[in-house]
Design a protein around this ligand. Sequence first.
Ligand SMILES: Cc1cc2nc3c(=O)[nH]c(=O)nc-3n(C[C@H](O)[C@H](O)[C@H](O)COP(=O)(O)O)c2cc1C
Length: 267
Amino acid sequence: MSSKHSPSFWARLLTMPNDSTAKIVLVAVGVCLVCSILVSSAAILLKPIQQQNEALGRKKEILKVAGLYDPDKDIAASFQSIETRHIDIQTGDYVAPDIARQQISWVIPKEQDIAGIGERKRYFPVYLIHNGNTLNTIILPLVGKGLWSTVHGFVALAPDGNTVKAITFYDHAETPGLGGEISNPSWQAKWQGKKVIGKHGHMQLRVIKGRVVKTSHHAEYEIDGLSGATLTANGITRMIHYWLGDTGFGPFLARIRSSEHTGIKHE
Ligand SMILES: Cc1cc2nc3c(=O)[nH]c(=O)nc-3n(C[C@H](O)[C@H](O)[C@H](O)COP(=O)(O)O)c2cc1C
């Protein structure tokens, strides 16, 4: 039935004067329809490729923070030296990948949500690098609100679970030259060797305003601020406190620190 009507519809449309309101509306609606179908199809078809690229991007950041990134080498091949495990963030226990796949998320109570992420998953990947049978580096994912955007990152800790080996922040929209300096390798290098927890067991690591006074008792926990970007820097401190504290990987790190974690030998 539509095939009988279609030719007369097109014929009628073509014979309409170009400035007729009906023709303008029909052509505009038609163009919008075709474009929206093209855009939605492209979004659906490209999604797997996009997800693959995101996963590859994350692996690249993990390799960078591990000090294993070589631009001349295949990312997947380089990543083979890193062991991916999954943990239940509440208990700090390792869980099997099939359990981690049954992901559960919950809303974070506002008073606890210092990282500004709204909700949180139960199972998280952690990345381990071994030197023979000995644990050498623990890499943990980070996420939290900067000033304008959600900032993603990874922190690499020494096997004591308390010394920062390296940190990386990526995939954010903080202002270049201001908050965007969190991606600057020379600022990230300032984190190396800093301690997370103080001698009394409290979270101490933070980005301060201004420069760290090297002779200060707190110098080993403090990172130079970013001038003109205190709000982004505060977001980074809150993200660190959330994820490396009891609300985040704290239970896992406590096990690492007390050398109780099964399956991991310490250096
Ligand atoms: C256009 C524009 C972009 C800004 N971008 C950032 C930013 O990315 N991160 C940030 O902390 N502050 C940014 N600021 C500055 C903040 O509004 C605020 O003044 C600053 O964080 C205070 O930091 P200070 O105490 O180090 O000067 C921006 C300001 C302007 C006008």
